[in-house]
Design a protein around this ligand. Structure first.
Ligand code: NGF
Length: 292
């Protein structure tokens, strides 16, 4: 189970101007992550993949492209979560067929499901697929908070092997590390990766690793070796970059940086807006200054 740790890029997907998948560009992004960023794995179908705006067939196609391009070189996690439970199951079965290492699913959101309903959702997916599952917890976007007792209840399901923890509640993260030493915990906020690593996470899953994966790996490895001062220096530089990216528009800026690095990252999907020419210029400056 712990072999699934390490640095995972939350994979970006290239779209064409009309919002269809740009397959060639998406393949370039995958190869860039593997060959240039040197990440340990890809988290496919996450927020960064603009997944919640895709049709089922498009989600499946992205899963296929990732398998084809990864060629077994990195670990693959498929995010299958959906408000449509049947779709989540269908995607989970397909990811299993394609050979993914694990599933992940965002906590169901929007309808303010209670914990029993959330538990049913995860159990239904794992029962139907018999695949390992990583809970994708991102309370600031979903409004869904799971407390430590509820995590313990979810973990009674043997297929639920971990949590992608995209939150700043480090008290809860520390309590989870102590209570669940055998479960996989992934840091979800790249700007807080050092602190999460010091608390003992097994890995990190992040959007900015598509462009800054080399630094992310260094932070993770140095912190694991106890070389916190060195790791902090790299986190400072990383956060200068992340601050610039967040200020300029997260996914659009990541795509412009990729383009500046020679990767055809295409467009974001509408209704995400396009960057102004000033912001495109700013993204290029960030690329030159921080990536080279
Ligand atoms: O993009 C978001 C949403 N969070 C990502 C990451 O947790 C998302 C994080 O890397 C992810 O893994 C996925 O695509 O499913 C941030 O973009 C980063 O830390 C900058 O804040 O907020």
């Amino acid at each position: 189970r712990k072999e699934l740790g390490g640095i995972f890029s939350a994979l970006m997907v290239a779209f064409n101007e009309k919002g269809g998948i740009n397959e060639r560009g998406t393949r370039e992004i995958i190869r860039h992550n593997i060959d240039v960023m040197g990440v340990d794995g890809l988290y496919v179908g996450g927020s960064t993949g603009e997944n919640f705006m895709l049709a089922t067939e498009e989600k499946m196609r992205v899963f296929e492209i990732a398998v084809e391009e990864a060629k077994g070189k990195v670990k693959l996690i498929a995010q299958v979560g959906s408000l449509n439970l049947q779709e989540a199951i269908e995607l989970g079965r397909y990811a299993k067929e394609l050979g993914y290492d694990s599933l992940s699913a965002v906590t169901p959101f929007y309808y303010k499901f209670d914990f029993e309903e959330i538990k049913h959702y995860y159990n239904a997916i794992t029962e139907a697929t018999e695949m390992d599952m990583i809970v994708y917890s991102i309370p600031f976007l979903t409004g869904v908070n799971i407390n430590i007792d509820q995590f313990a209840e979810l973990f009674e399901n043997k297929y639920i092997i971990g949590v992608k923890f995209t939150a700043g509640d480090f008290f809860l993260l520390e309590r989870m590390r102590k209570s669940f030493p055998q479960h996989l915990l992934y840091a979800g906020f790249d700007e807080m990766m050092l602190s999460a690593t010091v608390l003992g996470v097994d890995g990190a899953i992040g959007s900015t690793f598509n462009v800054n994966g080399v630094r992310a790996k260094k932070i993770f490895e140095l912190a694991k070796e106890g070389r916190v001062d060195e790791a902090r220096e790299i986190q400072h530089t990383t956060n200068d970059l992340i601050e610039g990216i967040l200020d300029n528009g997260l996914y659009q800026t990541l795509k412009e940086i990729l383009k500046d690095q020679g990767v055809d990252a295409g467009y974001t999907k509408q209704p995400m807006k396009r960057l102004s020419s000033e912001k495109i210029e700013r993204a290029r400056e960030l690329s030159k200054k921080y990536i080279g």
